[in-house]
Design a protein around this ligand. Structure first.
Ligand code: G6P
Length: 482
């Protein structure tokens, strides 16, 4: 939905009683046909997850526009006040690409790439976290709820509490929290835990993430824990406090996505795509940000071997791999793109014929209507991350398959696997195991497909994004902070 910038002439708004603080604002800037600036909802799990929540509670969102040195003043989009935080080009390089995405991201995802520890990046991370906390402190009304999102902003809870002890502060970590053996490599491990301990409630995707954090808090800060409750002792004049760290698995707007997948234009598009593919009997689909945590290489290796073995192949079977561009200035992402494109080229070179590619590789992002058509079209969905906090793609696929057709191959190392137990679960490091699971999914009878899909759908219908937000905010309300 296009959203126009409407800054000019708008009276100053009163402070907000609900503030979301996230690295990114949930909008993308574009220039409309009339040459004017427009804001569109941007793709991505975080935005998809929080948009419905904010629509219900008219609130303020503090975040970065995604461009360096962008001095955009606050603006309104629908009922939501957007407050941009400006990042310089150096801060984008050091705080966002550096500390967030070349230090924390690989470390928190089980070191699927080597984390880089760079002192200058840490300084930038601290400085940018300070700025986000200052803007949130400025925007929040007395006693407001402030909900801080994700690993880019782990220092914000304590910084905000120091300035505004009246606020109720929630933090949600969308990515895994690693075991102590890995986490303890971080040179700034104590400062990061202390930053998080400024919250009243810290939410994680899985029980294991919460217990990893509880252990780190005990070891590094001397905090004591009982179940999910953490007791922080008085320190430097600050009083002792209680807070909680617990799992709140995130989800999707299930009803909204299902409605989209039932729209005649989306159904028509899925049919059109199948016919453009030459009406194969089986379409397999992968949908990921082009990220090394997603297990794209392992998946392509398994698929390539199935083609080599003559088990599957075009024109009867095709694989569509959507790999949306991501963090393209970070070295590991550039390497991954090269490796993915090498293997796609090899498999296609060996197994395609003119007009019948084995893999349709799309290094692009698509609007949600096209994504829903692709999900509908897919007979088998391949979600094979090496580590993933949740993975909303798996839930989106299930939400679209109201006719109970289709099969989900899902990595055990996703948060989603804790909930979607009836998927074809795989260890993506086990290529033979993955080949077996893919074949079993391709060969599943309609009865077998619906036997699995029915409980998967029950789960994503019951535990949708509204349930997630209500549960988290309800628990935040219950925390007694003395
Ligand atoms: C993951 C993170 C989000 C992030 C998204 C896209 O889902 O948990 O915080 O916004 O990836 O990554 P980007 O770096 O483009 O914001």
């Amino acid at each position: 939905m296009p959203r126009k910038s409407e800054t000019a002439g708008r009276p100053k708004r009163s402070k907000a009683s609900f503030v979301v603080v996230a690295n990114r604002l949930p909008v993308d800037r574009s220039i409309g046909p009339d040459g004017r600036e427009e804001w569109r909802t941007s793709p991505g799990g975080l935005v998809a997850a929080l948009e419905p929540v904010l629509a219900q509670n008219s609130g303020t969102w503090v975040g970065w526009t995604g461009a360096p040195d962008d001095k955009q003043p606050p603006f309104e989009a629908d009922d939501l006040r957007m407050v941009p935080v400006t990042l310089s080009a150096d801060e984008v390089a050091d705080y966002y690409e550096g500390f967030s995405n070349a230090t924390l991201w690989p470390l928190y995802h089980d070191v699927t790439a080597p984390p880089v520890f760079e002192r200058r990046w840490w300084d930038a991370y601290r400085e940018v976290n300070r700025r986000f906390a200052a803007v949130a402190a400025e925007e929040a009304a007395t006693g407001a709820i402030v909900w801080v999102q994700d690993y880019q902003l782990q220092l914000v809870p304590a910084l905000l509490r120091a300035e505004r002890p009246d606020l109720r502060i929630g933090f949600f970590n969308h990515i895994p929290f690693p075991g102590y053996e890995l986490y303890s490599r971080l040179p700034w491990r104590t400062q990061v835990v202390e930053g998080l301990l400024g919250a009243d409630l810290i939410g994680f995707q899985r029980r294991d993430d919460a217990s990893n954090f509880l252990r780190a808090a005990r070891v590094l800060t001397g905090a004591t824990t009982r179940g999910s409750v953490i007791e922080v002792a008085p320190k430097d004049g600050a009083p002792g406090r209680h807070l909680r760290a617990a799992p709140f698995p995130i989800s999707i707007d299930t009803a909204g996505l299902e409605a989209l997948s039932r729209r005649p234009d989306v159904v028509g598009r899925a049919n059109e795509l199948r016919s453009e593919l030459g009406n194969p009997s089986t379409v397999l689909l992968g949908v990921d940000r082009l990220d090394y945590t997603k297990g794209i290489l392992h998946r392509l290796r398994a698929y390539g071997e199935l083609l080599d073995d003559g088990e599957l192949g075009p024109p009867g079977t095709v694989l569509i791999q959507v790999a949306s561009p991501s963090r393209e200035r970070v070295g590991e992402y550039q390497n991954l793109r090269d490796e993915v494109e090498l293997i796609v080229g090899r498999v296609n070179g060996d197994h395609s014929s003119v007009g019948n590619p084995a893999i349709h590789y799309l290094h692009q992002s698509f609007p949600k209507e096209e994504m829903a058509a692709l999900y509908l079209l897919a007979d088998v969905m391949l979600v094979t991350p090496l580590r993933d906090g949740m993975n909303l793609v798996a839930k989106e696929y299930v939400a679209c398959h109201h006719d109970l057709h289709g099969a989900l191959v899902l990595s055990e190392f996703t948060g989603a696997a804790d909930e979607l137990r009836q998927a074809f679960l795989v260890n993506p490091y086990d290529i033979d195991g993955m080949k077996d699971a893919i074949l079993a999914a391709v060969r599943a009878t309609p009865v077998e497909q619906s036997r699995r899909m029915r409980p998967l759908r029950r789960r994503v219908i019951e535990a949708d994004v509204h349930h997630w937000a209500n549960t988290f905010l309800g628990a935040l309300d219950m925390v007694t902070t003395s």
